[in-house]
Design a protein. Structure first.
Length: 372
């Protein structure tokens, strides 16, 4: 089995090189980074002693009861519906692994998280894409999705808010897809790692839907990617048993300290989400100005949620050289060929936090200089 090079992560890794010129990271897709000190401060300093007394051992394969309970409250489900995993990445690995049957296909968004295609194809699963088009504001076409689903479809994956475009499915669209899949016994998987970060009308968690499978994690909206913890919500006990069995083989359990800190984060999720929203919305306002001022050079669809946007050059040319030049100028963005869309580029507007205004000033200088 051979996996293709992971172009997205390889590109972002350049910021860690010893001689990297990168000063501003607008490539990453998460929110403002928290330090351990800041996270512990949410508890008033009461969590440190508990951490020091933690047994450094395995935890429950389903996740500790405390963590499952706090996730359940957030998602509006019973704790039994929660399976803790090692980030949304393990959730996706489990779901594709279990979908790998002879003749099976999965229906995925294009563009989308590149690992989805690589995982599915490496397991012998045929991939069918529904397209998110800029001319349609990156909205889904429900009829296109329905045409792609057949008796061999094992799962339909939706991602809302979407990475990299920032598009959002309405509650009505999600309900319709849920009912369509339930009637055909196709698993609807809602990847909602950016929920509840919205820049317009908010939508509800898909965990409210009885036949939906929801995946999320602490890396995106909760801005704690270093914890490497995620979850799957599923009301079907038979599917949950299969998830648990797969996890027994794959990673066994999560990091014991990560799970303790994850409980703390869940108990203070309102503060974490509030910071993410504040930073994202302030930075979006700056992007509004940049795209208005440089309308002759740049085009975009303003993201309705999440922390990424997917602009393109007005000329429609491949953006890799543009992103290389920008990196030499100290600002990192992701060329669209990492998502199979070479005319676009991904711009993350929350990971850099309060440094974003300086990054945007550098970006504007680069555009004005003509060195692009």
């Amino acid at each position: 089995m051979e996996l293709p090079p992971f172009l997205l992560d390889r590109w972002i890794e350049q910021k860690h090189a010893p001689d990297s010129p990168i000063e501003y990271d607008l490539a990453s897709s998460t929110g403002p980074v928290w330090t351990l000190r800041e996270l512990l401060a949410l508890s008033g300093g009461n969590e440190m002693e508990a951490l020091l007394d933690t047994s450094i051992s395995y935890t429950n394969a389903t996740g500790t009861p405390g963590l499952r309970a706090t996730i359940a409250v957030l998602e509006g489900v019973e704790p039994d519906a929660v399976q803790v995993v090692t980030g949304a990445s393990e959730a996706l690995l489990i779901l594709f692994f279990l979908a790998a049957e002879p003749g099976a296909n999965v229906v995925l968004p294009n563009p989308g998280f590149p690992a989805n295609t690589a995982l599915a194809e490496s397991l012998g699963i045929a991939v069918r894409y529904y397209n998110l088009r800029a001319e349609n504001q990156f909205h889904i076409d429900p009829d296109e999705i329905r045409r792609l689903v057949d008796r061999d479809t094992r799962l339909l994956l939706v991602n809302s808010p979407h990475n990299p475009t920032g598009a959002v499915l309405s509650d009505q669209e999600m309900d319709s897809l849920h009912d369509f899949c339930a009637e055909r016994r196709v698993q609807l998987v809602s990847d909602q790692v950016y929920h509840p970060i919205y820049h317009g009308p908010e939508t509800r968690t898909a965990a409210r839907l009885p036949h939906a499978t929801v995946i999320s994690d602490f890396s995106k909206a909760l801005c704690l990617s270093g914890l490497r913890i995620g979850w799957i919500i599923d009301r079907d006990p038979r599917r949950r048993e299969r998830y648990l069995n797969a996890r027994n083989y794959f990673t066994i359990t999560a990091n014991v300290f990560g799970e303790r800190l994850a409980v703390l984060a869940m108990q203070h999720s309102s503060e974490i989400y509030a910071r993410a929203r504040r930073v994202a919305q302030q930075n979006l306002a700056l992007l509004d100005q940049v795209f208005a001022h440089h309308a002759g050079l740049l085009r975009w669809v303003r993201p309705a949620g999440g922390m990424t946007s997917f602009p393109w050059l007005a000329t429609g040319v491949d953006t890799r050289e543009f992103c290389r030049g920008l990196a030499r100028h100290g600002v990192l963005m992701v060329p669209g060929d990492c998502f199979g869309q070479p005319s676009h580029f991904r711009l993350g507007f929350a990971a850099s936090g309060e440094r974003f205004p300086c990054a945007i000033e550098r970006f504007a200088d680069f555009l004005d200089s003509g060195s692009r």
